[in-house]
Design a protein around this ligand. Structure first.
Ligand code: ATP
Length: 461
């Protein structure tokens, strides 16, 4: 499996072909914000749909919610975010840039082939000592002259209230998970769900990251797809392993190759956690977290019980046992997954005529457009538009009549359209079209009436 060496080609392709643009670009941009364009929004929506299908639609016992981004501030006290949702920050005294100490160490270790160090288990003092002893340099100016490490809270705060003197600080949620926890009782009662059951959510989260970057890998505003699975304590390990498998299955189902994925256990567990691991993906900048799976015990529901005063006890209708359920959390960044999918799909292929084609080998069910309709010549456009209209009823379709057919195929390859339907003179005379496969570039001649069936059988996932 080929691996992309750097992100530049992806960033350029995304800009030129309408996947992702710099946020607020005409004003000079807004650092680390990105806007999805016409092609990117289709790709992202398809990924979200695929996730929802696997974690809600096809799960017998999972339910979706869409909770508010702004929550009662007590939620963040209960979750521990107010007190300790922070990263170790240090400033370069020379060039005044700000850095995450753990990231500086990880980058240094990657360069020097040091793989067995447990950076996330280090204290601030240990990190500082390691940076000084190894003369780890500021990535901006190359000097090793840092301030001491301080904890920096990553939550974005804003103010709620109509008068200046009556303002309460509220936060943009830094994760979607709390929207699932605070609705545990509502979902359980309204659906009459029996433990074990799950709550899923897709939504925006915001983090004032110290060092955002690598395109959409780490941004200050991003989407998460999170699933909490509530179970009995003694079943926690079983479901933790099940969700590890399910998370892996999902990653490969959207096209990521198993060679570019690996599990990584956390070196340091939170005091309440029983187990935690990430799935990492081999991005162009190295192995990095794609998603996390955690056995969080009964910590979250117990904390909300304590802070809200509402009982989170579940009464088992068969055994009459009463307990606060344990939680297995699976959390994946949608944008980070989009980046992985883009990196995986990107390919430059040498063709027989010596030309190179850029092609995005997206899994068909997540490809932005499923089919492009291309009249061989302009005077076939009436018939072609008729076919296009018909296909639009069932598929995300596009139409292109500008330029040579070869150029049009290249354009569709670059946005990963799996099938191109070409309308030629045989279409008028014999009622046939040719369908070109993006990956093999082979063409099939089929009857107009068979196109839908042809596409359905190849696209459904
Ligand atoms: P990291 O170690 O990369 O900062 P994390 O361990 O803090 O991530 P979680 O809090 O577990 O991340 O969030 C769950 C998922 O949300 C991550 O696996 C990642 O895919 C995504 N995510 C987290 N922070 C960001 C961000 N700033 N930008 C984009 N995606 C993010």
């Amino acid at each position: 499996m080929k691996k992309l060496e750097n992100l530049d080609k992806i960033v350029n392709l995304c800009k030129n072909r309408g996947f992702i643009f710099q946020g607020s670009e005409i004003y000079g941009g807004m650092g680390n914000t990105w806007d999805y364009g016409p092609i990117g929004v289709e790709l992202k929506n398809n990924i979200k749909k695929a996730w929802w299908k696997m974690f809600v639609q096809q799960a017998d016992n999972s339910y979706g919610v869409d909770a508010a981004i702004l929550m009662n501030s007590r939620v963040w006290d209960a979750s521990g975010h107010t007190a300790s949702f922070s990263d170790p920050k240090m400033d370069c005294r020379n060039c005044k840039t700000r850095h995450r100490a753990d990231n500086l160490i990880e980058e240094y270790n990657k360069k020097h082939g040091i793989e067995d160090m447990k950076v996330d288990a280090m204290s601030k003092e240990e990190m500082y000592k390691y940076i000084v002893e190894n003369q780890i340099k500021c990535p901006n100016c190359g000097k090793c002259d840092f301030t001491e490490i301080k904890n920096f809270n990553l939550m974005f705060s804003t103010k709620r209230g109509v008068t200046e003197d009556n303002q309460d600080i509220i936060y943009l949620r830094p994760e979607t998970a709390q929207g699932e926890f605070v609705n545990f009782l509502n979902v359980q009662r309204s659906t009459r769900a029996k433990v074990p059951f799950g709550i899923a959510q897709i939504g925006k989260a915001f983090r004032n990251e110290i060092t955002p970057g690598n395109f959409i890998f780490r941004t200050i505003e991003f989407e998460q797809m999170e699933h909490q699975f509530f179970c009995k304590e003694e079943d926690g390990e079983k479901y933790y392993n099940e969700y590890k498998q399910k998370a892996w299955e999902f990653a490969t189902s959207v096209g990521l190759s198993a060679e570019h994925l690996r599990f990584k256990d956390h070196d340091k567990l939170a005091h309440y956690a029983k187990a935690a691991c990430d799935i990492q993906y081999l991005f162009p900048m190295g192995w990095n977290e794609l998603n996390g799976i955690h056995n969080r015990s009964d910590w979250d529901l117990s904390r909300h019980q304590e802070f809200s005063g509402k009982s989170m006890l579940y009464l088992d209708p068969i055994t009459n046992e009463k307990y606060v359920p344990n939680d297995i959390e699976y959390s994946i960044g949608c944008d980070r997954l989009v980046l992985a999918v883009l990196c995986e799909a990107y390919d430059e292929e040498e063709l027989e005529d010596g030309e190179t084609r850029v092609v995005m080998h997206f899994a068909p069910h997540i490809a932005p457009y499923k089919v492009a309709v291309l009249p061989l010549q302009k005077n076939l456009s009436e018939k072609a538009k008729e076919v296009y209209k018909r296909l639009q009823a069932n598929f995300m379709a596009t139409y292109d009549e500008a330029g040579s057919i070869g150029k049009r195929y290249r354009r569709e390859d670059e946005i990963g359209t799996p099938y191109c339907v070409t309308i030629d003179f045989d279409t008028l005379e014999k009622g046939t079209v040719t369908v070109r496969d993006r990956d093999t570039m082979k063409q099939d001649t089929i009857k107009i009436d068979e196109i839908e069936q042809y596409l359905f059988s190849r696209l459904t996932k």
